[in-house]
Design a protein around this ligand. Structure first.
Ligand SMILES: Nc1ncnc2c1ncn2[C@@H]1O[C@H](COP(=O)(O)OP(=O)(O)OP(=O)(O)O)[C@@H](O)[C@H]1O
Ligand SMILES: [Mg+2]
Length: 185
């Protein structure tokens, strides 16, 4: 099972014998995490921030859990105070980001459980042994692998260089065209 969490979508696929057996896609991924963070700052701190500031917060102190073993240092960002209209500096802790994106992560968890439920039993047995692989930029979110592992009770690993994993995998499959019959369909 591979979970690719990009900007627009999280895609969950079970791949077997060179083809996709189970597929599930949800429109909850990196862009949604950014808008969650914007909404959180507006509601909790009365501060308006742009999307790129939200993305910087996510990259610097983003987390899927509130109990990280190696927490990042608090991150200072700038925004506009909605009450005074004046530019303001605010420090944010990773726990706040975890709270801000919690509902969206839960939606991805539900989709993963759903995909597991729709996987044929023989493949389920294989997934039990091989675990789940994460790819895409969203998989760089701190603690996401541990959170998904706890939810599914399976081993979850993040692919090497997950932002480039899809492009690298595509190149490898094109070089080995004959081994991937589904590419010819
Ligand atoms: N360190 C990081 N922590 C959390 N999110 C990150 C990190 N680095 C990049 N991202 C997020 O990863 C997303 C981009 O990932 P990726 O390049 O895999 O998506 P994409 O393939 O362009 O999108 P899609 O698959 O939805 O079409 C962006 O939302 C970006 O903010
Ligand atoms: Mg992608």
């Amino acid at each position: 099972m591979i979970i690719d969490i990009g900007g627009g979508t999280a895609e969950i696929a079970v791949i077997s014998l060179g083809g996709i057996t189970t597929f599930k896609s949800v429109k909850v991924a990196g862009d949604r995490f950014n808008s969650d963070i914007q909404e959180y700052m507006r509601k909790k701190h009365n501060i308006a921030i742009g999307e790129s500031t939200a993305e910087q917060i996510k990259i610097n102190v983003g987390s899927a859990v509130e109990d990280l073993e190696n927490p990042p240092a608090d991150y200072e960002f700038y925004g506009r105070n909605l009450l005074t209209g004046v530019p303001t500096a605010v420090k944010v802790n990773y726990r706040e980001v975890a709270q801000a994106i919690d509902r969206s992560i839960a939606q991805i968890e539900t989709a993963v459980i759903n995909a597991l439920e729709n996987t044929p039993p023989e493949l389920s047995a294989d997934i039990y042994k091989t675990g789940i692989y994460l790819a895409g930029g969203g998989s760089l979110l701190r603690g996401l692998d541990k959170r998904l592992s706890k939810k599914t009770t399976l081993e979850v690993r993040v692919a090497e260089d997950p932002l480039k994993a899809v492009a690298r995998g595509t190149a490898i499959s094109l070089k080995n065209f004959d081994k991937f019959p589904f590419l010819m369909k």
